[in-house]
Design a protein around this ligand. Structure first.
Ligand code: GLA
Length: 332
């Protein structure tokens, strides 16, 4: 089906309106430089960092919502949906939170979640309530899926902190859709651990969906994405793709830093984006939102992680121009 012209911005959200929402992670700086592009292409946004615990709640009793509000106001003014990211995560959270016994931690979590979720109720329609609670260690047993070195686990010693997080979020905004969000969800061992966790969590807390972060690289086997969609939708929950990008480097690749991206790697990226979106379209009844982690190659976190190197992981180049991969996603 040909549904758009060539070399013209067609608006991904518009092209995909019968499939799922299409969004980008943004921040106030990106709104200033790329506000028009965001409005032209997307119908959903996520704060890249501005709603994280350390950003909004740096000290006990002190909240700083200015940056998050800027993004939320932009979303509201331009009729964009907003995903909330994130309430419970072992990173980008002040150490002060964990200097506590179990009951104190739970009451601090409740206070934080209630304050943040209520503030954005009606503006944020879904939350990544818990981010990355599951262990990457393949040798650990499936029935002990949690990261035991997380400070949340260190204080609470069980999955109760996830149950409480979802329950508090639900109490604060019963209309919000609540997600568990993680990466490496296409790794078979981790997928199984997450499935085990969600099955149990769903029995005991209001969990509506899973966020597949989808931080891939050009060597990723897209068939694994189909498997994850099958496994998680069988639990009866919604699926969001929450942080999509396709690095041109292997995660542990070192000593290469392309000032100009090589044609062969870019061709692999085009091919992979095509495969990913073919799979996503095929599963549109199971997926309701797809978010890219950044607006354009120049502002992607992958230019600085896991090492500083020039990366090209998104659909727009450093000038905000659509790349060949954009065409592959936009034309089908
Ligand atoms: C994880 C988090 C995101 C972001 C990325 C890197 O995936 O969920 O919030 O920090 O890492 O930018």
């Amino acid at each position: 089906m040909e549904n758009c012209g060539t070399n013209k911005l067609m608006g991904l959200a518009n092209i995909y309106k019968d499939y799922f929402d299409v969004g980008a992670a943004i921040n106030p700086r990106v709104i200033e430089s790329g506000g028009e592009l965001i409005k032209a292409e997307f119908n959903s946004v996520t704060c890249e960092n501005e709603m994280k615990f350390a950003s909004v709640h740096p000290k006990e009793g002190e909240y700083t919502f200015e940056q998050a509000d800027k993004v939320a106001d932009f979303a509201l003014a331009n009729n964009l949906k907003m995903r909330g990211h994130t309430l419970v995560w072992h990173n980008q959270t002040g150490d002060w939170l964990f200097d506590a016994d179990k009951e104190t931690l739970y009451s601090r979590m409740r206070e934080h979640i209630t304050t943040v979720v209520k503030r954005y109720a009606g503006k944020v329609y879904c939350w990544d309530v818990v981010n990355e609670a599951v262990s990457d260690k393949e040798e650990e047993p499936v029935d002990r899926p949690l990261r035991e070195d997380s400070p949340y686990f260190a204080v609470t010693g069980s999955m109760d902190y996830l149950i409480k997080a979802f329950t508090y979020a639900y109490e604060a905004d019963p209309k919000a859709r609540l997600f568990y969000n993680d990466y490496n969800t296409e790794n078979p061992a981790k997928r199984e651990k997450i499935r085990f966790l969600l099955k149990e969590l769903k029995e005991r807390a209001p969990v509506h969906g899973i966020g597949l972060q989808a931080h891939y690289d050009i060597y990723f086997d897209a068939e694994e994405l189909q498997k994850s969609i099958d496994v998680f939708s069988a639990l009866g929950i919604d699926i969001h793709i929450t942080e999509l990008d396709v690095s041109i480097y292997k995660h542990d690749e070192r000593g290469v830093d392309f000032a100009v991206p090589p044609d062969d790697r870019m061709a692999m990226q085009d091919e992979l984006y095509d495969k990913i979106f073919t799979i996503l379209r095929k599963n549109k009844d199971k997926i309701s939102s797809v978010t890219f982690w950044g607006l354009n190659d120049g502002v992607s976190w992958l230019n600085g992680f896991p090492v500083k190197r020039k990366n090209y992981p998104l659909l727009f180049d450093r000038d905000g121009k659509p790349k060949a991969a954009y065409e592959r996603v936009a034309k089908f």
